[in-house]
Write a protein that binds this ligand. Structure first.
Ligand code: ZN
Length: 172
């Protein structure tokens, strides 16, 4: 930014970087934390505690939350909502999805079929199971092994515990 004072020593983001690296763009962890914040806000507003972002070339294309309760439609998972919105704005192939929770088989299928390159998520089925928000039963019923995964499925550290997102809310 023009006119910015440089009275402090440079910190991260001011090192010389290779061409095409966008220094100011969020990291995977940064995108995931935005996703978690969206899920938390949605839960506090009475929705189901799931959110997803679709990012292409490190640019946000779509952000979405789970609309099952509002729509009375069990297919309105956050990842599918993000795919629907993003498909209005360009190709999906090669995009990255950030999800608050590990995708269920329905969403994972749609992500694979549309060429999503990787999924980063915060909470896996084991984290979600104590709160009834896991999709382990569906994976077992479909006999879908996730080893090896059909696309990179990467769990990142969460700044909040699973209970903060999935546990009882203060107004319950
Ligand atoms: Zn799903």
């Amino acid at each position: 930014m023009p006119g910015k004072s440089m009275s402090q020593p440079p910190q991260s983001g001011t090192r010389p970087v290779n061409a095409l690296t966008t220094v100011s763009a969020p990291s995977h962890q940064g995108w995931l934390e935005q996703t978690l914040q969206l899920a938390l806000t949605h839960r506090q507003q009475g929705g189901r505690p799931f959110a997803a972002l679709l990012v292409r070339d490190n640019q946000l294309v779509a952000s979405a939350v789970n609309r099952m309760l509002e729509a009375g439609d069990p297919t309105r998972h956050a990842e599918l909502e993000a795919l629907r919105t993003a498909s209005q704005h360009g190709p999906l192939k090669g995009a990255v999805v950030y999800a608050s929770g590990h995708p269920c088989p329905m969403c994972l299928c749609a992500l694979v079929m549309n060429g999503i390159s990787a999924v980063y998520y915060a909470f896996d089925n084991e984290d979600a199971a104590p709160f009834g928000f896991d999709s382990s039963a569906a994976y077992a019923a479909l006999r879908l092994p996730l080893s090896p995964p059909p696309l990179p499925l990467i769990k990142l550290p969460s700044p909040i515990p699973a209970a903060a997102l999935y546990g009882p809310q203060s107004h319950d």
